[in-house]
Ligand binder design. Structure first.
Ligand SMILES: Nc1nc2c(ncn2[C@@H]2O[C@H](COP(=O)(O)OP(=O)(O)OP(=O)(O)O)[C@@H](O)[C@H]2O)c(=O)[nH]1
Length: 830
């Protein structure tokens, strides 16, 4: 029986009276506060009570002895009485996520058949009640308040899924849990031998160029002022390992110049302490731009990426201000503007939620409303500004004490202290020793098998699985880099991250044109290049943001030479050979920093022959071309090429607008381009536009940023779309882009999106809002179009619906449903 979204406050009588017949009831998205009478349905097997207003777990449910599946997610349940679950002997599936549970009943372990349990998004501190559930296979406990997981939960147990992210975990630390079940089990088994408690804090120094980040890092490490020359700009990122009062700090000093922003994103990770450095002397209270560039830009980017960060504001150059009054005035001004910014962000979210809830049928937007709720719950904290003079010892010490105090506060940093098996630290130290003893090359690039073998020599008790688990942990906290998820790099470990970062720096740097200019003649010769080639490389880079693979090879080679590391094998490893791309490009592409520019690769002799009427198999489009080039979209400065290739916009183009809340993160659009263009080899890229082709089909992506709205426009060029198959093809292409967009969005946890189709009438500003569009992305079914369906916008323009939004197979197309502007278009529930 389907009673979903009927605004019910009580169970419908028709349902209760049909006592024995009902097997399955869907009551989701109503306003139920109780379910009195539910026990009459003695044969009920599936009950969906999600998204209601239940404040208590209804005891009556224990009478439903045939119940197999129970959905109680998204209510306000605070506690569950005893003696319910032992009665539900057939219950296999229980979803209790997004409630207010602080405890679970002790007798929960007697729910004998339970195999799926989701209790994510509650306030649970303890999972002891789950120990002993005999059939549990899938367990979700994300975003609770768990500090420890009971070891007995995993003993003799074969979970197929276990998810625990978003908890202040210390035992095992979140970085271990992120490795999955195997890593958790390995961790506990290694913990049995011996353990120790360690406190590690990754501390990220961010802020505009010349603010004083490097000065702070070096001075804090030394415990006294350490001047940095004005021309000693940080390139990329520098890492410092600093131990103070038994707390290990990993200082990450991020370069402040704009050219580096788009690679920083990769290294801004959760569970870190952020120090945002602002030059107080050059800060101008009367110019909003000054606050935007020096404070708000950084805060927004941190908040979008890691929305539960703790940020400490540090105001440097205080000694260069006129007097103490100027310093305190600027401190107050920055703090006030930050507060306004944060409350504006909260207000925007609640306004957006209200807009969705005020729609005629808010149930169609329930997932989007949940997303907004999720964002509102994040606690992004910005601590008061500490003014200082980095050239003064007492200021450095004052800051150091303040940092120590802040990270030791359990309310601010609940999980810096963690319990680790002793071998975790031993393996880390052994890796350092291996480098020192030259058993691992100085650059730290080592084959996984080799590293495992060497570590095993020192730790007979650890097998490969356990060692890999430790390596994964070290990667997650930033001590080594091991990109297991990239097939080409799976067997490669970078035990010296600073070396890898220094390779990044050879290409991603503010003075790249000068670097190219400085390539000496003899080096050019080695690559069979002439001076005139070098001039073209510089021009191509400045005008088209492309850098040829030859130039990349030369730059990296000379960087390696400078580091006294120019052995040929390493060069091959890093910069590649004629047959394959090196590690560096693989990584840059993996992080969506660049993409191979226009394919001019030679014909592939392995390619399948084309036979008419048979589906054609393209040859490998990602073949590496040593004479090719890389395009860095972030370095582009105009859209000239796109304007030529795309031509004029036409109101009849099929259009989708993806709105970003609170805004499009810096670098997002270019990453989307890299992701999408690697899929469509024929493409043109510009500053905030990109256009690509697939056969006759042509699509444009365009980024719009204004003071009020940020959105990405997807535009499918007007073609005559008559037949459902043609329309389907157009939507398929849009779908591919939106899928890439959704994948990318996962990297920014503080982000949510709304999708609109603008009215197709020239000059009309009305638009239609899509319902829970993620369902469309997830579904593999073809959309079904009824070409007679019409929809009317607020301004009275009547349009066929199939060119406004894709539809699920049985969407109601009736105009009488009142699909006017800003109403749901894609109805997932139908
Ligand atoms: N007088 C004074 N000089 C400072 C202070 N802090 C930093 N400086 C100087 O300002 C200059 C820039 O400092 P850096 O630490 O290199 O700045 P940064 O933020 O790391 O800059 P990027 O590397 O470009 O990101 C250096 O010459 C420092 O010595 C301060 O509080 N007072």
């Amino acid at each position: 029986m389907d009673f979903a979204g009927k605004k019910l406050k009580k169970l419908p009588l028709s349902m209760i009276n049909d006592r024995e017949g009902i097997r399955k009831v869907d009551l989701q998205r109503n306003r139920l506060r109780d379910v009195i009478g539910i026990s009459h349905l003695s044969n009920l097997k599936e009950l969906n009570l999600s998204r209601n207003d239940l404040g208590e777990f209804p005891r009556e449910i224990r009478e439903l002895q045939q119940l197999e599946k129970l959905y109680m997610n998204q209510n306000n349940i605070k506690s569950i009485p005893e003696n319910v679950f032992p009665q539900l002997k057939r219950l296999t599936f229980l979803k209790l996520s997004t409630n207010r549970l602080t405890d679970l009943p002790l007798d929960m372990k007697h729910c004998q058949s339970l195999s799926y349990l989701n209790i994510s998004n509650n306030s649970l501190r303890d999972l002891q009640s789950l120990v002993g559930l005999p059939r549990l296979k899938e367990l979700f406990v994300e975003r609770n308040r768990l500090e420890e997981l009971p070891v007995s939960l995993f003993q003799g147990k074969e979970f197929s899924v276990f998810k625990a992210s978003g908890n202040p975990l210390r035992k095992p630390p979140e970085e271990v849990c992120a490795g999955g079940l195997k890593d958790i089990k390995s961790y506990f088994s290694m913990l049995e031998d011996s353990s120790s408690s360690v406190s590690t804090v990754k501390t990220m120094f961010l802020g505009s160029s010349m603010a004083g980040k490097s000065t702070l890092c070096r001075s804090l490490k030394k415990g006294q002022p350490e001047p940095v020359g004005e021309d000693d700009r940080t390139v990329g990122i520098e890492i410092f390992d600093v131990e103070k009062e038994n707390i290990r700090f990993l200082f990450w000093d991020f370069a402040g110049q704009e050219e580096y922003y788009f690679t920083h994103h990769v290294f801004i990770t959760p569970n870190a302490f952020v120090i945002l450095t602002v030059d107080l002397c050059s800060y101008d209270m009367d110019k909003p731009k000054s606050f935007d560039e020096n404070v708000s830009f950084w805060l927004k980017n941190i908040q979008l990426k890691v929305p539960n960060s703790v940020v400490l504001l540090v105001g440097t150059h205080a000694d260069e201000c006129k007097d103490a009054t100027e310093v305190s005035g600027k401190k107050r001004d920055i703090e006030k503007k930050v507060k306004e910014m944060l409350s504006e962000w909260k207000e925007n979210l609640s306004q957006q939620k209200k807009t969705l809830q005020d729609l005629k049928d808010p149930a169609l937007f329930s997932e989007q409303i949940d997303e907004i709720d999720r964002l509102s719950e994040y606690d992004f904290r910005v601590l008061d500004l500490i003014p200082m003079d980095c050239t003064k010892s007492e200021d450095i010490n004052r800051l150091l004490n303040h940092i120590l105090q802040t990270v030791s506060n359990k309310n601010t940093f609940p999980n810096i202290e963690m319990t680790l098996p002793r071998c975790y630290q031993e393996v880390e130290q052994d890796i350092k020793k291996l480098i020192k003893e030259e058993a691992i090359p100085q650059h730290g690039i080592v084959a996984l098998d080799d590293l495992l073998a060497q570590l095993k020599d020192r730790h007979e008790e650890l097998n490969n699985e356990k060692l890999s688990c430790i390596l994964r942990y070290l990667h997650r906290i930033g001590i080594i880099m091991w990109y297991e998820e990239i097939p080409a790099l799976r067997n490669m470990v970078f035990v010296e991250p600073s070396f890898l970062i220094s390779l990044f720096k050879t290409i991603v740097r503010h003075d790249l044109a000068q670097q190219l200019e400085a390539i000496p003649k003899n080096v050019l010769k080695q690559e069979n290049a002439l001076h005139i080639h070098r001039d073209t490389w510089i021009r191509d880079f400045q005008e088209k943001a492309t850098l040829t693979n030859k130039a990349i090879r030369i730059l990296v080679r000379s960087e390696l030479k400078q580091l006294a590391l120019d052995d040929e094998d390493l060069v091959e490893e890093v910069v590649g050979t004629k047959e394959r791309a090196g590690n560096l490009l693989t990584l840059l592409q993996h992080f969506e920093v660049c993409l191979p520019s226009k394919l001019t690769s030679p014909l592939n002799p392995e390619a399948k022959e084309f036979t008419p009427d048979r589906k054609w198999q393209p040859s490998n489009p990602s073949i590496y071309n040593p004479d090719g080039a890389c395009l860095f979209p972030s370095f582009l400065s105009n859209n000239t090429q796109i304007e030529k290739m795309w031509g004029m916009d036409n109101p009849e183009d099929l259009r989708v607008h993806v709105y970003f809340l609170p805004e499009i993160p810096h670098g997002f659009f270019h990453r989307l381009i890299v992701k999408t263009c690697s899929f469509y080899p024929t493409h043109w890229v510009g500053l905030n536009e990109c256009c690509f082709c697939s056969g006759e089909k042509r699509v444009l992506l365009r980024e719009h940023r204004s003071d009020t709205d940020h959105f990405i426009e997807i535009r499918y060029k007007k073609t005559i779309l008559f037949k459902p198959e043609e329309i389907q093809k157009a939507w398929d292409m849009v779908k591919v882009i939106m899928m890439k967009l959704a994948v990318l969005t996962k990297q920014w946890r503080g982000l949510c999106q709304l999708v609109h189709s603008p009215c197709r009438h020239q000059g009309c500003t009305d638009s239609f809002e899509w319902g829970d569009w993620q369902d469309w992305l997830d579904s593999s079914r073809a959309d079904i179009f009824n070409l007679d369906d019409k929809i009317t916008c607020r301004d009275g323009h009547v349009r066929q619906t199939e060119l406004l939004f894709p539809k699920g197979p049985s969407v109601s197309h009736s105009n009488s449903r009142g699909c006017h502007g800003k109403k749901s278009a894609y109805d997932k529930s139908k």
